[in-house]
Design a protein. Structure first.
Length: 390
């Protein structure tokens, strides 16, 4: 892999990693662990993996952790790991949204780097407070908007930022799924239960869970900043407390317009994240289900297909590419890119050196913007689609 920092010196000093959440029955914790292992920069050594000490210990044993470092709570873990000479240097937070703020704060306050799942927090008040904590800490904060790690997403961003698309006019984002087309949260399905519970998820359902991904991706690639939005947020499944579908119109600073559709009741869609950006000189189209390909069209010229590691792939894509063209890279590799970018930044912080400017990862600022997007969508919808400043 071409990510900066993957050298012999870095691999002999793996980053000691802890994890909050991600125990038995969890989905995203396992993904984070695979992503952290893929490029060999991290060593998982501690965890507060579940909501009870018993479950945390059982989960830790399954992962081969030292039982003495399987903690009953994130508070205990933060305190004891910070006191150890071999304590964790970074922590992955992979809990439901309402735990992100207190857990991240506990580690940031002790100078431990935080790698946190999205959305940043369950509400904007906590998001702003966490930003203040992160800015006061000597530790780094990395948000795992993993779709920004795909090589072809990096190439699309390079095209946009280098002016190849000209003045951005239109940004279209969509993220349809169908896994919540029925009220499976009522059956005790763990992933559905917390995502549809406002006490754990926050004000947004589909808007917070997947809408934030689509929104972040559009802003990451285009380089645009949102000014205001109007939204029609809806819940189709009877008895559900949070939205499962939303249509959002966007006005970006500078004049570009956008549309975002997120749905978890779109029958026939498993994970249909798609991005289209159109400018005065060209346009790009990318689909997460076929992530090794990017369609790029210059105005007045035929469409061209750019492939990962193929002819035409630029430097931004090449540095996060691991294997030759024709060998597909996917979701786990993109997720691992975020971890490797985090590793490069953490390693630079270790030695007090400047991180390579090519290193890019979602930050606390991206997290605050994501939560602000969700709350603006809900506020707009409650006002019958009124335009709301973000």
């Amino acid at each position: 892999m071409a990510i900066e920092g993957k050298d012999e010196g870095m691999r002999t000093a793996k980053i000691r990693l802890g994890m909050v959440g991600g125990g038995q029955g969890a989905f995203i914790g396992g993904v984070h662990r695979m992503a952290a292992r893929l490029d060999d920069h991290f060593d998982l050594v501690a965890g507060a993996l579940s909501s009870t000490p018993e479950k945390s210990l059982a989960s830790g044993r399954e992962l081969g952790l030292d039982p003495a470092r399987c903690y009953g709570s994130f508070e205990e873990m933060a305190e004891k790991e910070a006191a150890r000479p071999d304590g964790i240097e970074a922590v992955s937070i992979v809990t439901p949204n309402h735990v992100h703020y207190p857990a991240a704060k506990a580690f940031l306050d002790r100078g431990i780097h935080v790698i946190c799942d999205k959305p940043l927090t369950s509400n904007l008040e906590d998001a702003k407070k966490l930003k203040a904590v992160a800015e006061a800490s000597r530790a780094l904060f990395i948000l795992t908007h993993n779709y920004t790690g795909y090589p072809m997403v990096r190439h699309a961003r390079e095209l946009a930022l280098n002016g190849e698309l000209g003045e951005i006019r239109v940004v279209q984002m969509e993220y349809p799924q169908d896994w919540l087309a029925e009220p499976i949260e009522q059956t005790g399905q763990k992933q559905a239960a917390w995502r549809t519970d406002p006490k754990q998820s926050g004000a947004g359902g589909s808007t917070g869970d997947i809408g934030t991904h689509a929104y972040n991706l559009g802003c990451f690639v285009s380089g645009l900043e949102l000014d205001e939005l109007c939204a029609d947020v809806h819940t189709f499944v009877a008895g559900r407390k949070l939205d499962d579908n939303a249509h959002v119109m966007l006005r970006f600073k500078g004049g570009a317009k956008g549309m975002l559709w997120c749905s978890q009741v779109a029958t026939g869609h498993e994970n249909g994240l798609k991005l289209r950006i159109y400018g005065s000189r060209g346009g790009v189209e990318w689909t997460q289900a076929d992530p090794n390909y990017l369609w790029f069209t210059r105005l007045g010229e035929p469409k061209q297909l750019i492939t990962r590691a193929g002819a035409g792939a630029g430097a931004a894509a090449t540095r996060v590419t691991r294997i030759p063209s024709g060998h597909p890279e996917g979701y786990l590799e993109a997720f691992a890119t975020i971890y490797s970018e985090a590793a490069a930044a953490i390693t630079a912080a270790r030695s007090g050196t400047a991180v390579d400017p090519a290193v890019v990862y979602p930050t606390i600022d991206d997290g605050v913007k994501g939560v602000a997007f969700v709350e603006a969508c809900i506020a707009s919808s409650k006002q019958n689609g009124a335009w709301v400043k973000v």
